[in-house]
Design a protein around this ligand. Structure first.
Ligand SMILES: [Zn+2]
Ligand SMILES: [Zn+2]
Length: 240
């Protein structure tokens, strides 16, 4: 019934066309409708819009959809795009009907991934498309500036963490990071997988590690992720 009412306007326009053409046109329209429906079922967020890499977005552990920070009612605190150290359940998947969000302590390597990803996206936005970034002039300053958004631990008093950043970048070379061999004096690092849409929390590992539990109600947090994450080696993942 609704279908007919919806089409009545289109039919009125089409009555002026010769019969054969009407048939072809309506076939095309049906295909378009099927395509649109497919996209709707794969759509992200409550708003149904596509991902927006320029704003913070959270991945729901249960339905695997991305949610824009601006569309989420829950008080999220400070966020930046491309975090992977959190657990988020959207309203539709949370047993309480309210969004559930918890940020975890980030590993230094996760902070480096988030920093480089944001530097890369900012460069793309400027039309420069840079992929490699200076450790001392870009990566460390980004972490310094966004510390509270990146992790739950308090800011370090000394600068000894600068060395930890260096160690983390080298340790995960060829796993998470790439190094520009020609930049030894001013070390430049990038992401091994420069597709930023691949950066997400490793929910599979969290389920295996017992941080999340799959129940009849969907996925739920079971333990505080902070203490658990200390033992979790690979918390960030690039899903290919
Ligand atoms: Zn949205
Ligand atoms: Zn969900």
């Amino acid at each position: 019934m609704e279908e007919n009412t919806g089409n009545s306007g289109e039919n009125a326009e089409e009555t002026n066309l010769p019969p054969k053409q009407v048939e072809i046109e309506s076939e095309v329209k049906t295909e378009e409708k099927v395509e649109r429906k497919k996209n709707e079922s794969q759509g992200h967020c409550y708003c149904g819009k596509e991902r927006n890499l320029n704003i913070a977005e959270l991945l729901c552990a249960n339905c695997n959809r991305w949610y824009h920070e601006s569309c989420i009612g829950y008080q999220l605190g400070k966020l930046v795009p491309f975090l992977s150290n959190y657990i988020f359940l959207c309203k539709n998947c949370s047993p309480t009907g309210l969004e559930s969000f918890r940020k975890c302590q980030a590993q230094i390597s996760q902070m480096c991934v988030t920093a480089i990803a944001n530097l890369q996206q900012a460069s793309t936005k400027e039309g420069k498309n840079k992929l490699m970034f200076n450790k001392d002039k870009e990566i460390i300053p980004y972490i310094e500036h966004h510390w509270e958004a990146l992790t739950t631990t308090s800011r370090r008093v000394t600068q000894s963490w600068h060395l930890t950043v260096q160690k983390a970048l080298v340790k995960d070379l060829h796993i998470l990071f790439v190094f520009d061999e020609t930049s030894v004096e001013n070390p430049m690092y990038g992401l091994i997988d420069s597709d930023l849409t691949h950066i997400r929390p490793n929910y599979d590992a969290m389920i295996k590690g017992g941080m999340l539990k799959v129940t009849d109600m969907g996925i739920q947090h079971v333990v505080q992720c902070i203490s658990q994450l200390r033992n979790e080696k690979q918390c960030v993942t690039f899903k290919r």
